[in-house]
Design a protein around this ligand. Structure first.
Ligand code: RNT
Ligand code: ZN
Length: 413
């Protein structure tokens, strides 16, 4: 144990914070690390373009081109990020030598992922993949063509079966996120029709009840995308209403899916008043849903504070969602994941009971003063100790290793 940590621990104890307890909670709170930062969201169906209103910009060398490369890169990232982890897969990351239609996906196409996850002792999360397909150019679950809409309903059903298999065979609940890119560049005349079709699609997809121990389904809303600037049927109020009517489903809130001045941190407590659980996509929008690497910025910190202050660590699934192709992808991945963890640590190092007491007593001046003092408390020493105990590199050591991996592996691709 470092001297710095000992001193930090004492200083936190002085304001009523149990550092050991905070580190224990941090170690056990799973962080779902998305697979798609490693290959610019392309997946392994052989496609070379990303469509559906999202974009990975940049062409830094070293993109993972196959499953072996992606797993190798992810193993690096996992080794740099302390605490419990899950890996979040998309349905287009199947392992198959032959092409498989998205409505014909089966657990067997993801068997090697389960073996990989089990060898690492981590859980898997999952996602339907509606984007990057010629069959969803005019939409997926809202598609006016009944044949195509039925195709995408079948896709979602396949994904739910695979998710259940993930949960059963890893022993860890698989959280499955559903996001559709459907929407319009201009406001259509009929704004109700697509939404009614979406309701019908969801009703069909979720008609079969799954074992909630193995899998939970979540619906991700969005305000707009590239090419769907004016109208998105799967808006926040749409899914929120649907989820409230179907309490076994969860709402997903992505930090980049609202108006630029709207913050998901301010919405968490409302969701928690009405829903058992929820899913977060921790991301960073810069002027639009740009999916920049997560920083240790005010909003990321506020998101984690809201979760911790509401005592909701067990109720909020925390997943990452960003993709930057303009810098070293392993480093981008790691920076965002470590930042999400650091933000959670900062939240766990708050004297929440004291702050709530001050608030209840009406002492808003002390509440403000204490919060501001907290900002310069020695969290870094606790973070380093946490990394040390979790067996991941301390400080910038991981960066040296990541640069070495770049020189020896990714740059040669
Ligand atoms: C898109 C959504 C969605 C995707 C991933 C790849 O705006 O945020 O979560 O980023 O599914
Ligand atoms: Zn998202």
């Amino acid at each position: 144990m470092s001297k710095m940590f000992e001193l930090a621990k004492e200083q936190y104890a002085g304001i009523g914070v149990d550092v050991e307890k905070a580190m224990e909670l941090l170690a056990n709170a799973p962080l779902s690390i998305h697979c798609w930062q490693g290959d610019d969201v392309l997946g392994f169906e052989g496609g070379e373009t990303l469509t559906g209103g999202i974009q990975a910009t940049g062409n830094y060398p070293g993109r993972a081109r196959n499953i072996a490369e992606l797993r190798s890169d992810m193993e690096k990232v996992l080794s740099y990020v302390p605490g419990a982890k899950k890996v979040n897969l998309h349905a287009n990351y199947l392992d198959s030598s032959k092409p498989v239609a998205r409505d014909e996906l089966e657990p067997k196409h993801f068997e090697t992922w389960v073996e990989w996850a089990n060898a690492l002792g981590i859980g898997l999360d999952f996602n339907t993949t509606f984007f990057s397909s010629p069959l969803s150019e005019k939409g997926s679950l809202t598609n006016p063509d009944e044949g195509l809409r039925a195709f995408w309903i079948r896709h979602a059903k396949c994904v739910r079966d695979i998710a259940e298999y993930f949960g059963r065979s890893t022993g860890k609940t698989c959280v499955t996120n559903h996001w559709i890119h459907d929407g319009e560049k201009e406001v259509p005349i009929d704004t109700v029709g697509p939404r009614m079709r979406l309701i019908d699609s969801l009703n069909q997809i979720f008609a079969e009840k799954k074992n909630l121990e193995y899998t939970r389904d979540a619906l991700e809303s969005k305000l707009f995308g590239i090419g769907s600037e004016s109208y998105v049927p799967g808006s926040n109020e749409f899914y929120w209403a649907y989820v409230v009517q179907h309490p076994e489903l969860l709402i997903t809130m992505d930090a980049g899916h609202f108006h630029p001045t709207e913050l998901i941190s301010s919405k968490i407590s409302t969701v928690l008043c009405f829903a058992e659980k929820m899913l977060l996509h921790v991301s960073r929008p810069v002027r639009w849903d740009s999916d920049h690497v997560v920083l240790l910025d005010d909003e990321t910190r506020q998101i984690m504070r809201e979760v911790v202050r509401a005592d909701a660590l067990e109720r909020v699934y925390i997943a990452l969602d960003y993709f930057d192709a303009s810098i070293n992808r392993v480093i981008a991945w790691t920076v965002g994941a470590r930042n999400a963890r650091k933000a959670l640590l900062a939240a766990l190092l708050e004297p929440v009971a004291t702050l709530k007491k001050l608030e209840a007593e009406g002492d808003r001046s002390s509440r403000l003063a204490l919060q501001q003092e907290l900002l310069t408390m020695p969290m870094g020493a606790v973070w380093d100790e946490f990394c040390e105990r979790q067996g991941v590199p301390v400080g910038t050591k991981w960066l040296e290793d990541a640069k070495k991996y770049e020189r020896e592996v990714t740059i040669k691709r």
